[in-house]
Design a binder for this molecule. Structure first.
Ligand SMILES: [Zn+2]
Length: 78
């Protein structure tokens, strides 16, 4: 038989753990997001990283996908 005390204790422990995680998560997230956003803004504004996602365009001549704004290799030759 499950005693009411055991159930109550379990619920209290779950709530305490939940609050603990919520508090830690919120504080950690705030600090990270503020610092990370600042760092991202300053770095990406000057030079985008080589691993940054690029938009691709399909070449109208050969149909291959090339980074947007660049000239396809088939157009450079002709
Ligand atoms: Zn092409």
């Amino acid at each position: 038989m499950i005693s009411a005390l055991k159930v109550l204790f379990t619920v209290v422990v779950i709530i305490i753990v939940y609050w603990g995680f919520k508090y830690r998560w919120r504080m950690g997230d705030m600090g990270k997001s503020v610092r990370g956003a600042r760092r991202k803004r300053t770095t990406s504004a000057h030079k985008p990283g080589p691993l940054a996602a690029q938009d691709l365009e399909q070449c109208p001549k050969c149909g291959s996908y090339i980074p947007a704004g660049t000239v396809c290799s088939c157009e450079e030759k002709s």
